[in-house]
Ligand binder design. Sequence first.
Ligand SMILES: [Mn+2]
Length: 451
Amino acid sequence: MTHKKQHYLLNRAEEANVLLKEHLDQDQVVRVISHNDSDGISAAGVICNAISQEGGKFHVTLVPRLQDKVLDRLSQEKYKLFFFCDMGSGYVERIGRLNGQSIIADHHQTMDSTGDDEETVVHVNPHLFGLDGTRDVSASGVTYLTVKSFNKVELAGLALVGAFGDMQYANGFTGVNETILSEATEAGVVQEHEDLKISSKTEPLYKALAHTFQPAIPGISGNLEKSQAFLEKIGISYGIKFTDLANEEKDFLTEHLTRINPKIFDTVYSMPQEKPALRNLEKYAEILDACGKNKKYSVGLSICLGERDSAIAEGVEYLSKYQESLIKGIRWISREGSQEMDYVQYLYTEDKGNKKIMGTLASLGIELEILNPQKPVITLSRMHQDVKVSGRTTLEMTQKGVNLGFALEQAAKSFNGAGGGHNIAAGAMVPYKELENFKNLVNDIVGSQVS
Ligand SMILES: [Mn+2]
């Protein structure tokens, strides 16, 4: 059944490929618009690499959202083919009115129409065929399907980088991602092996462990002193590099870390042909994510497009800066704790550095057992007149009835704000002057969800 659905999706992607090929044959410049996050940058990388390998030309722009003003600008442009990645499904009709023809390679559920009535649009989205675009395929994967007929299996690795970026990997890949992975491994483009998932093997161990956040190691991640103390306690010199350890020491360390978090020893996916810094798919996604968070989208794109050495060095630098800011943030929540109410807990900041990472800090605070996992964490970042809100909780709490998307939407609406999202992670924006009322209302709503 699922296989059949994937087949329908692939047929639609094939239609897109035919349209793309027509324009490439006529030497038309393809206008690519993609999202500026890790998945969007990977998707842009997939399509732009494919186009240039086919001898074609592209003009690419990365945007945070497909707002009206972006579409207004595009409607002035004279390109014959527009290619939207990681966005567009919510604007099928407007895209249908652009001057040229369009391909939409998206995986979001928001849709204004299926696009079946639009003569100038080929709409490729798993949801149109009853497939799950939240877990089973990201935009880079959907985009990859549209160029598959060009025999582009070497781009399958990048297609999975986007899936990592969108957090679609959970103890394995499923659905379309799984199909892409097996093609990639069969072709030798991607290799799987079991390994210790620490952030670096060539940095002093105490740093490598403190900088490991995926997965998080409670009592060690984000804390250089505790990382050092842990290594001293098990009798491994903290300044040594992992690669310089004797084999017994490697096993010994692995054993101790696995006791804290079994996920630390797990499957690792790599591209043997890639530059060392990008070989590990998950790390590649983290580098692109760090470029995105630093608003250096073009650096991320350059990395994907193979304009390598300087861009990679820059991307790696952004990643280590990001890790530093997480360490600072973790130090802050360890010191200050959260403000607990009966059913939720709050973290409030006006600090510029913290504001950028509040959602991640909320998740890490729970994972690292610094914050109480029994109460959803709601972060509040002051932005002039408004407060930006992010909420995170655990799977267990959602099973008890917590739905943060609903709680934040309802509470924000009550005070002239807006919000929404998923049961486990959500966001909102509310006026600062209503903050205390908003906090009380969220607490009440979550209280009613769990009782
Ligand atoms: Mn995406």
